[in-house]
Design a protein around this ligand. Structure first.
Ligand code: NDP
Length: 289
C-alpha cells in the first residue's frame, strides 16, 4: 500500500507495530524520544523523523504507542496544530476516562481520534493470535482499516471512545484472575517438591476445559437468573472453598490470592442464594446503583 503511516513511540510494542506496517508495504515514518531506537527500523526502510512535528506532518494517520496517558498528552500537545485534519490512533494502554479526555482534547482541535487496546505481546503482532480493540468514530476506523489490519486483526467496538480500554481492562482482569489461580496452584504443587513442569500439562488442559464456562456465566448474567439448571450450587461450593483455603494453610502456602472469594460466597449464601450458581457473585460487585 502507498498510504503513509506515522508511528510515535518505539518501545517494544511501537517497534513491533512499525515493523508490521513496513512489512505490509506502508510508507512508515517513525519517531521516538530516544532517537537511537529508530536506527534498526530506518535500516528496514522506515523514515526516521527527528521531531514529533516532522513525524506528524508525514502521514494522515498517526499511530501512538507510548508508555501511558501522560506521555501521550505531553507528546501530542505541542503538535496539536499539525495534527489538525489528521487521524490519531492511540494504542497506548489507558483507562476509559483517559480515552474520553483525549478524544475531547482532539475534537476541540479538529483531530480525528480513535482509541485502541492491544491484545498481544510484541512478538504476536501481525500474527493470527493478536488482535487490537478500537473505539471511536466508525468512519475514521474504516478509512484507516487497511493500516490497522496490517498490525493485527481489528476488533471495532463502537463509537463510544471509552470502549476499547474498557474491554482491554476487562480482558486483562480476567487474565490476572487466571494468573492468580495458576500461581496458587503451582504453589500448592511445589509444597510437595513436585516439578512445576510435571503439573503444567494437566493444569493447561483443565484451564482450557473450564474456559468454556465464560459463555454460561454470560447467559445467566444477561437473564439475571442464577437459579436455573444449577449443577454445582453455591452453598456446596462455599463449603468446599474453605477446604481450598485450609489446605493452603496446611501446605504452608499463603491463601491470599484466593481468599477474597470466600467472604463473597458466604455473603451470597447468607442472602439466600445458596441454591443458585456461583455466577450470581457478580451481583455483589456493583458499587454504584
Ligand atoms: P516500552 O517501555 O518498551 O516503551 C515505552 C515507550 O514510551 C518508549 O518509546 C519511550 O520512549 C516512550 N516514552 C515513555 N515516556 C515518554 C514521555 N514522557 N515522552 C515521550 N515518550 C515516552 O513499552 P511498550 O512498547 O512495551 O509499551 C507501550 C504501550 O503499549 C504501553 O501503553 C503498554 O501498556 C502497551 N502494551 C504493551 C504490551 C507489551 O506486552 N509490551 C502489550 C499490550 C499493550 P524512550 O525510548 O525514549 O524511553
Amino acid at each position: 500500500s502507498d498510504t503513509p503511516v506515522t508511528v510515535l513511540g518505539l518501545g517494544a510494542m511501537g517497534t513491533a507495530l512499525a515493523c508490521a506496517l513496513l512489512k505490509a508495504g506502508f510508507r512508515t515514518t517513525v519517531w521516538n524520544r530516544t532517537a537511537a531506537k529508530a536506527e534498526a527500523l530506518a535500516g528496514e526502510g522506515a523514515r526516521h523523523a527527528a521531531t514529533v512535528a516532522e513525524a506528524v506532518e508525514a502521514s494522515p494517520l498517526v499511530v501512538v504507542c507510548l508508555l501511558d496517558h501522560d506521555s501521550v498528552h505531553d507528546t501530542l500537545a505541542p503538535v496539536a496544530g499539525a495534527l489538525s485534519g489528521k487521524a490519531v490512533t492511540n494504542l497506548t494502554s489507558g483507562k476509559p476516562r483517559q480515552a474520553r479526555e483525549l478524544a475531547a482534547w482532539a475534537a476541540d482541535r479538529g483531530v480525528d481520534y480513535l482509541d485502541g487496546g492491544i491484545m498481544a505481546v510484541p512478538p504476536m503482532i501481525a500474527t493470527p493470535a493478536a488482535f487490537i480493540l478500537y473505539s471511536g468514530p466508525r468512519d475514521v476506523f474504516e478509512t484507516h482499516r487497511a493500516a490497522l489490519d496490517a498490525m493485527a486483526r481489528s476488533e471495532y467496538l463502537g463509537e463510544d471512545v471509552g470502549l476499547a480500554s474498557l474491554y482491554d481492562i476487562a480482558l486483562l482482569s480476567a487474565m490476572y484472575g487466571m494468573f492468580a489461580g495458576i500461581l496458587h496452584a503451582h504453589a500448592l504443587i511445589r509444597s510437595e517438591d513436585i516439578k512445576a513442569a510435571d503439573f503444567a500439562p494437566m493444569l493447561g488442559s483443565w484451564l482450557n476445559g473450564m474456559s468454556g464456562a465464560a459463555t454460561g456465566v454470560a447467559a445467566r448474567i444477561d437473564q439475571g437468573d442464577y437459579a436455573q439448571g444449577v449443577v454445582s450450587n453455591l452453598a456446596m461450593q462455599e463449603a468446599g472453598f474453605h477446604h481450598l483455603l485450609e489446605t493452603a494453610e496446611e501446605q504452608g502456602v499463603s491463601p491470599e490470592l484466593l481468599a477474597p472469594l470466600a467472604p463473597l460466597m458466604t455473603r451470597r449464601v447468607a442472602d439466600g442464594h445458596g441454591h443458585e450458581d456461583l455466577s450470581g457473585l457478580v451481583e455483589l460487585l456493583r458499587t454504584r446503583a
